[in-house]
Ligand binder design. Structure first.
Ligand code: CO
Length: 215
């Protein structure tokens, strides 16, 4: 058997044993249901695991990851996760977490054609284009990518606030807060960039929804 693969099965046995050793009811309790307070929207990058970097346990965080943590309102995968997390699980906080050194952001800055992912990265090219004056002025390419990473996170936080799912939650008195973070691969630390609270006035008028009655 391939060693790299076998490592996973052995790792799983070790995980299950040590959790049970610390708390015999650990899995029994988890099997009863989940009530996480957080929804994590992060990059697929293997170096930014949601639970590990926030020191949280199984059951604490609902997770969606894609290349370069993009929130696209026609993405039924992300929107289904978002709707379930907000309206059923009633999470209190949503975190969009980008990371410095993001390959997706770096690829979006260049002109190489990679494949399917180019369509996905177009969303980040659009962020670049809208901020090109600021970004073009940064000569160092790593620093420019870092800034684009931040602007991308801020854009995705705003995309969440523009969504009907979030605005409906706010309208119904569910005060879910949306946070933008960037994780430093070098330091292991996150920087908080922006938080949008229960206030759709933060969003341009054209994106605001009006609801007739709470439901
Ligand atoms: Co990334």
């Amino acid at each position: 058997m391939d060693k790299a693969y076998q490592k996973l099965i052995l790792g799983n046995r070790k995980f299950a044993m040590s959790k049970k050793y610390d708390n015999p009811d650990y899995f029994k309790k988890l099997s009863l249901g989940q009530k996480p307070d957080y929804l994590w929207i992060g990059c697929s990058d293997s170096r930014v695991p949601a639970n590990e970097v926030t020191n949280t346990e199984s059951g604490e965080m609902f997770v969606h990851r894609n290349i370069a943590n993009v929130v696209v309102h026609t993405d039924f995968n992300l929107m289904s996760v978002l709707e379930y997390a907000v309206h059923v699980l009633q999470v209190k906080h949503i975190i969009v977490c980008g990371h410095y050194g993001c390959g997706g952001v770096r690829a979006a800055m260049g002109n190489t054609a990679y494949g399917l992912v180019d369509n996905w990265l177009r969303h980040i090219k659009d962020v670049y284009y809208r901020n090109s004056q600021e970004l073009d002025a940064i000569e160092n390419l790593d620093k420019r990518a870092d800034r684009l990473t931040e602007l991308n996170v801020i854009t995705q936080v705003r995309n969440l606030a523009k969504s009907k799912i979030i605005q409906k939650a706010w309208h119904n008195g569910h005060h879910v807060a949306v946070h933008g973070w960037v994780y430093g691969l070098n330091s292991g630390l996150v920087t908080e960039l922006q938080t949008v609270y229960d206030d759709k006035n933060d969003i341009e008028a054209i994106y605001r929804y009006e609801f007739d009655e709470p439901h």
